[in-house]
Ligand binder design. Structure first.
Ligand SMILES: Cc1cc2nc3c(=O)[nH]c(=O)nc-3n(C[C@H](O)[C@H](O)[C@H](O)COP(=O)(O)O)c2cc1C
Length: 151
């Protein structure tokens, strides 16, 4: 039952080094893509990150609370275009949790890493993430979701 998945999900901040399978990543991405969005404007951009070097660098985007990115084997940057939809934060948040619930259903751990409104070394965490990941200038970054196998 879905409620069992809801009950079992807990933020996971330490992952084993066994990578996710391609099929698992595909399902997580599909869950995010199928998330409802305001007026179906499709303003959310989900950026998969499989490069562990990049995932580790993203852990430096803000001053604290990024430990899950130190061991995650997969991550998704959740961004959106505010010019396309004014309620992009809601759309991006729904996509984030949909991916986390799909991961839980697969027995995969996850954690939401907040980027919006956070800073690192006095500069916006979002700027760091966009620069490292090469994202378009007008995109806003809500979060990074860290994924990996539970230890
Ligand atoms: C909007 C939001 C922002 C969050 N940001 C972070 C974060 O930056 N780093 C982190 O380790 N956990 C983060 N979390 C995870 C929360 O700390 C966690 O969901 C909460 O403590 C409840 O624990 P649970 O997920 O195990 O039920 C965030 C969760 C939400 C919903």
């Amino acid at each position: 039952m879905f409620i069992d998945i809801v009950r079992s999900r807990k933020s996971c901040r330490l992952f084993s080094d066994v990578p996710l399978e391609d099929g698992e990543i595909d399902l997580i991405m599909e869950a995010g893509r199928l998330a409802p969005s305001s007026r179906q404007l499709k303003d959310v951009r989900l950026v998969p990150v499989r490069d562990e070097g990049l995932i580790r660098r993203l852990a430096l985007c803000k001053d604290s609370s990024t430990t899950p990115l130190e061991t995650a084997t997969f991550a998704v940057i959740v961004a959106a275009d505010p010019d396309v939809c004014d309620v992009w934060i809601e759309d991006a948040s729904i996509a984030t949790i949909m991916m986390q619930m799909e991961a839980e259903d697969l027995g995969i751990g996850s954690c939401w890493i907040q980027v919006r409104l956070r800073t690192g070394n006095g500069t916006p965490a979002e700027d760091f993430v966009k620069r490292e990941a090469g994202l378009d200038g007008n995109l806003k970054v809500l979060s990074i979701v860290a994924f990996g196998r539970k230890p």
